[in-house]
Design a protein around this ligand. Structure first.
Ligand code: PLP
Length: 441
């Protein structure tokens, strides 16, 4: 134990001396050291066990240290650690086949990337080349990644310092009844008006200039707004009407998170391109990609696709994806996510909303839930401002952690996003901690 503590203390010291962290003011950081993980739990540098209701960055869908995935990575490492992208390789081929077997429609060609941002970069590039048009519409209240095009597609404050008048990306509002942009009172009105707004945006931007509409099927970091029935179908219809590609960003919502293989599945909508990362192999080795419909892929049958990367379809990452997808199939992991959401997390969170005035709304599906924290239920004043934090929100995070819960928080929301493998008891344990932490604020 003493050795483990010393190692953790050294890791922290070196981190502060040498590691430059994402999205952070470096001098203000006090990162938590994580020394070990298993299933739904992680251990911090002081040896405390925490229930991981964040799945890290909402990526460990299969839980931590799944033995089949760990073994597959070790086996692949012993056999063949790396191979250039121009060669064929068993791990990559089988991962592509397995992914294609779960994507909607005929999206059966897979271009592998290192993560979600570059998947979106490539999907946009493919749509622009396929259509010969340039502009892309994406939503406010969205996150699409940290690289140049992806951060400009993003509809949250992280775009602002990176936005130098990026040509060719226009934002629009999606449906979000709780904070309706459209003065709607029902989901039906919200859906209808959000689609009218999108069609107006297309009309005023000029359909002949728009290559693609790119959207998170269920916006994740922005607040888990499950689309009202008919919205995705309506977006698909507008794309068809105006000759626009539909790109579904399933980086966070895909691979079981929403209680289905892909969040788009219940709508029956087939996008032209679908991007994925995170849950495809739970982030055990970095991997992302684009699933491509045959008509888009055909644009690059005789003309070279102008894009690529050294690690496209890296054997360790794709071997991890093969083992992850097989384990998800064999162990009913997507079904577990759906059931735990329906039987435990959904009812449990609604019960908490009945008890705590600080909860303005609870929404979600599967193991993908957002709890909207407000100072006033009538005005819906957020507990922390858009793009910011507050003392009360900080206290909530600290209390949760003291009680043994690692949560994913964004502005005034806490997200309940445990692994898809979470057990009933673990889900109940997390709800009980949330209950106590909310009582303390
Ligand atoms: N798209 C969505 C919906 C995401 O949630 C994220 C990451 O959180 C990304 C894209 C970017 O993925 P990555 O961080 O792997 O580049």
């Amino acid at each position: 134990v003493a050795d483990a503590r010393a190692e953790a203390a050294r890791a922290y010291e070196l981190d502060r001396a040498h590691v430059f962290h994402s999205w952070s003011a470096q001098a203000k950081l006090t990162p938590m050291t994580i020394t070990a993980s298993s299933g739904s739990y992680v251990w911090d540098g002081d040896g405390n066990r925490l229930l991981d209701f964040s799945s890290q960055l909402v990526n460990t869908n299969i839980g931590h240290q799944h033995p089949k995935v760990v073994a597959a990575i070790a086996d692949q490492a012993a056999k063949l650690c790396t191979v250039a992208p121009q060669h064929a390789n068993a791990a990559r081929s089988e991962a592509a086949r397995l992914i294609a077997s779960h994507t909607p429609g005929e999206l059966n060609r897979i271009f592998f990337t290192n993560g979600g941002a570059d998947a979106n970069e490539h999907a946009v590039r493919m749509a622009r080349l396929h259509t010969g048009k340039y502009k892309v519409l994406s939503r406010y209240r969205s996150y699409h990644g940290g690289t140049e095009t992806a951060i400009n597609l993003t509809g949250d404050p992280r775009r602002w310092p990176n936005d130098h008048g990026n040509a060719g990306i226009v934002h629009f509002f999606g449906p979000f009844l709780y904070r309706s942009q459209f003065h709607a009172e029902t989901q039906e009105q919200e859906c209808e008006r959000a689609l009218e707004h999108l069609e107006q945006t297309i009309a005023f931007e000029g359909p002949s200039t728009i290559a693609a509409i790119l959207l998170e099927t269920i916006p994740g970091t922005a607040g888990i707004m499950v689309p009202p029935p008919g919205y995705l179908e309506g977006v698909r219809a507008l794309c068809d009407k105006y000759g626009i590609m539909l790109i579904a960003d399933e980086v966070m919502a895909g691979f079981g998170r929403a209680g289905t293989w892909f969040a788009i599945d219940p709508s029956g909508v087939v996008p032209d391109l679908l991007t994925f990362a995170k849950g495809v192999n739970s982030g055990y080795v970095p991997l992302g990609g684009v699933a491509i419909a045959p008509h888009v892929a055909a644009s690059f049958d005789d003309v070279a696709y102008p894009g690529g990367l050294t690690y496209s379809g890296h054997p360790l990452a794709t071997a991890a994806a093969v083992a992850t997808i097989r384990a998800m199939e064999d162990e009913g992991i997507v079904e577990n996510a759906e059931r735990v959401g329906r039987e435990i997390l959904g009812p449990g969170l609604h019960e908490l909303a009945g008890k705590h005035d600080v909860i303005g709304e609870v929404r979600g599906t599967g193991v993908f839930w957002a709890v909207e924290l407000v100072t006033d239920r009538v005005t819906k004043e957020p507990l922390a401002p858009y793009g910011g934090t507050s003392e009360a929100k900080g206290r909530f995070v600290a209390e949760s952690k003291k009680l043994g819960l690692l949560s994913f928080v964004n502005y005034n929301r806490t997200h309940v996003v445990p692994p898809c493998t979470v057990s009933d008891d673990e889900a109940r344990e997390g709800l009980a901690i949330l209950d106590e932490a909310l009582s303390r604020i």
